[in-house]
Design a protein around this ligand. Structure first.
Ligand code: CTP
Length: 397
């Protein structure tokens, strides 16, 4: 089982009947080796006493933003800095709404604003409240901010209703926390990732591009950040939300992307080339819009520089992972790319299958290195990213 040895968990307990499970959550986290401190909201205090939480955590419980004594022992800023992870369990609908709005109306929400620790919340409430549109919209916003949401259990509720909204068992929550924190295998590593579809202008209104959405690349950016890496995200045209924890640099054309990558590649430990880079650019870009005529139009194209191949040629090259978008002889073509570009691994994407790959939320790939060939079966792009990185780390780091 995953361990939480030396990990510092701040448990936020907000107003829900399931707060009675909080002491058990503390115990299960401690069983895995965590040091646990507790922030209790006024709503939470309606359901569980400060004394119980103090007795189990063996630390005084923080419950008031304005408590002079508590601020002397550990201020809300210190608490925010102390934690490796903040878990709110149970997270009430009100606390969730406050998080979405960036409120600092009590100690818990103030700590959350002041922390760069990872955040997890375990919503727990009446099934109707849980399924309500505002609550679901709020959860979607928190997901976009990369706050991990523990799915509530479904079943009989304290109020007599039956449905989703029950706080999961304490052991289950503790295991999910451990899983979040175990992924620190890239901490201290610098990763540069290219993504999206480059754009090669023809004239001021037209361009050559491709179907890449940048979703696979963003999934890798997000996962690398979750695993503790410092990520530089060099993006072309994308249809995916940027992660503000990365250094984001836009580079629309292949030439711009080449320049940005080369200027930022020093000090990188890993380079992941996910971008679908145009192989050609228009030789003479027209400054004015090309007017229609009855004649056929011939555009002369000049080859672009190969960013991945150029990074692989650097004397102190980082570990390099390329992507191979193929429609036929897929394995063979990917192996040729691995060899010709000189990279350490290639992720083969069969782009002839329209249910996966380009612009889809799911993908199915093969990890290919000199040593191994591993199929990663169809899954969400975020799961695929996790699996690619796990295989890569196992083989190379
Ligand atoms: N790549 C790159 N610079 C280019 C072209 C491709 O960095 N000018 C990278 C891509 O980001 C990807 C890998 O090389 O990681 C393979 O890209 P792909 O488009 O599959 O192959 P190409 O090298 O362009 O070859 P082909 O189009 O002939 O399949």
């Amino acid at each position: 089982m995953s361990s939480l040895t030396n990990k510092r968990i701040l448990l936020g307990v907000s107003g829900s009947i399931s707060a009675y499970k909080s002491p058990d959550i503390i115990r299960r986290l401690q069983d895995l080796g965590a040091d646990v401190r507790v922030v209790l909201t006024s709503g939470g205090a309606q359901f569980i006493t400060q004394l119980s939480l103090q007795a189990i955590s063996q630390h005084s419980v923080h419950d008031n933003l304005w408590d002079k004594e508590a601020e002397l022992s550990m201020s809300h800023i210190e608490l925010a800095k102390w934690a490796d992870l903040i878990l709110i369990a149970p997270a009430s609908a009100n606390t969730i709404a406050n998080l979405v709005n960036g409120q600092a109306c009590d100690l818990l929400t103030s700590v959350i604003l002041a922390t760069d620790a990872r955040l997890m919340i375990a919503p727990a409430m009446n099934q109707q409240m849980f399924q309500s549109q505002p609550l679901q919209d709020n959860l979607t916003q928190l997901r976009h901010r990369h706050i991990a949401i523990i799915k509530p259990d479904s079943g009989a509720q304290a109020c007599g209703d039956i449905g989703p909204g029950r706080l999961p068992e304490a052991l289950d929550i503790a295991k999910q926390v451990a899983k979040q924190l175990e992924s620190t295998q890239l901490s201290g590593k610098r990763v540069l990732i290219t993504l999206g579809a480059t754009i090669e202008p023809i004239d001021p209104v037209r361009f050559i591009s491709n179907h890449s959405s940048g979703k696979m690349g963003m999934a890798l950016v997000n996962r690398c950040i979750e695993m503790g890496a410092k990520v530089t995200c060099v993006y072309a045209n994308i249809n995916a939300a940027l992660n503000d924890k990365a250094t984001n640099i836009q580079a629309l054309s292949a030439d711009q992307m080449h320049e940005v990558v080369m200027n930022n590649i020093d000090q990188q430990d890993i380079f992941i080339a996910v971008a679908a880079v145009s192989d050609y650019q228009v030789k003479t870009q027209q400054q004015q819009k090309i007017k229609k005529s009855k004649q056929s139009l011939i555009l002369e194209l000049a080859p672009n520089k190969d960013i991945l191949a150029d990074v692989c040629k650097l004397p102190n090259k980082p570990w390099c992972i390329g992507f191979a978008a193929e429609t036929q002889n897929t394995i063979k073509n990917a192996e040729i790319k691995l060899k010709n570009k000189g990279c350490d691994a290639v992720i083969l994407n069969d782009v002839s299958d329209t249910n996966i790959g380009f612009n889809n939320d799911e993908n199915q790939v093969t990890f290919i290195s000199k040593k191994q060939q591993k199929n990663i079966s169809k899954n969400s792009k975020s799961k695929i990213a996790e699996k690619i990185l796990n295989i890569f780390i196992k083989e190379f780091l």
